[in-house]
Design a protein around this ligand. Structure first.
Ligand code: HEC
Ligand SMILES: [Cu+2]
Length: 322
């Protein structure tokens, strides 16, 4: 049965029934899952099949037809209790072993910090590099240290079959060892507000050399022109979930395309020039002035952006004025 479960899990893989197995543990989770599926299917067939068979076989055919008077059968009852008990205990042990391996953190893992915020994942490397995608080397233990800056989020990599809550005010962690190169999805699986479904990040598994190269390039970030820094921040800080900058479309917040240096209509009927100070205030204290037709959906970024980052964001919004 174990072999069969394994075969089914491999077939499911081949037919894209399940997401790619990106780690060794993912394969073990799938085997257990396939085993549960197969034993459930067999139990279902025996139960429902047996019921239909006996219903037909012992159907009352004439008025005088009488069913034999049977109260119980100790041996049968023992069997149908004992066999499931053995299976359940087996499943428990099997699951426990996998779970234990998932939760035992390897020593010398590459540690990466990840913050959940409404509505983006922000990644911070030990070298100081921040990023909005997670890049890790293949065949290396990686430990993700999680926290959240506003509400509960949950960090989920379907291809690795691992998931962990990100809780404001404390650290949680998970680990994995990717054995396939490629791009994988990271989802938020704890409903966290309007754009929860857009809280998606890429996890890229690359070779050690590509990883070193990427890290070095990312380290040169502070030498990027302000506009380019702002552009990256606009994604990392999650602005992009609520603000369009290229097409003039309205998302949760107003489009910032061709917005700088124009007059903005406010909810109280007055108008204001969109200049550096207005943008700054909009970011740090969004409720100070409400744009007409919008709700107070924007979180305050007070304390979450350095002065340099603010400048970069403002320059980026400015660059979209043309
Ligand atoms: C949760 C959605 C959301 C996020 C995230 C968000 N904003 Fe906003 N933003 C809004 C909404 C809604 C408004 C309009 C209401 C108001 O004025 O507070 C707004 C207003 C603004 C304004 C004023 C725009 C205008 O037309 O006058 C600016 C500038 C701005 N946001 C910049 C940013 C930047 C920069 C970030 C990222 C650091 C950001 N926002 C993140 C929703 C968001
Ligand atoms: Cu979330």
């Amino acid at each position: 049965m174990f072999i069969k479960a394994l075969m089914i899990s491999q077939q499911a893989q081949a037919q894209n029934f399940m997401p790619t197995e990106g780690t060794e543990i993912a394969g073990r989770v799938d085997s257990l899952y396939a085993f549960l599926l197969v034993t459930s299917a067999i139990a279902c067939a025996i139960l429902i099949g047996g019921m239909i068979y006996f219903a037909l076989k012992y159907k009352r055919r004439t008025d005088t037809d009488k069913t034999a008077y049977i109260t119980h059968n100790t041996f049968l009852e023992f069997l149908w209790s004992f066999i499931p008990l053995v299976i359940f205990l087996g499943v428990f042990a099997w699951g426990w072993i996998i779970y234990n391996d998932m939760r035992s953190f390897p020593k010398d893992a590459l540690e990466v910090h990840v913050f959940g915020r409404q509505w983006a994942w922000e990644v911070q490397y030990k070298s100081g590099v921040t990023s909005n995608e997670i890049v890790v080397p293949v065949n290396r233990d990686v430990k993700i240290i999680l926290t959240a800056t506003d509400v509960l989020h949950s960090f989920y990599i379907p291809s690795f079959r691992i998931k962990q809550d990100a809780v404001p005010g404390r650290y949680t962690a998970l680990w994995f060892r990717a054995n396939k190169m490629g791009e994988f999805h990271v989802f938020c699986t704890e409903y966290c507000g309007t754009s929860h479904s857009g809280m998606i990040t890429k996890l890229r598994v690359v070779s050690q050399t590509d990883y070193d190269k990427w890290l070095e390039e990312a380290s040169n970030f502070k030498f990027l022109p302000l506009v380019d820094q702002g552009k990256q921040l606009f994604t990392t800080k999650g602005c992009v979930a609520c603000h369009d900058v290229d097409a003039g479309t309205v998302k949760v917040g107003p489009s910032l395309h061709k917005k700088f240096n124009t007059q903005e209509l406010l909810a109280d009927g007055s108008a204001i020039l969109v200049d550096e100070n207005y943008v700054r205030e909009s970011i740090l204290n969004p409720s100070a002035k409400w744009v007409k037709g919008f709700t107070a959906a924007m979180p305050s970024f007070q304390g979450q952006l350095s002065e340099m980052e603010l400048n970069a964001l403002i320059e980026f919004i400015k660059s979209k004025a043309q």
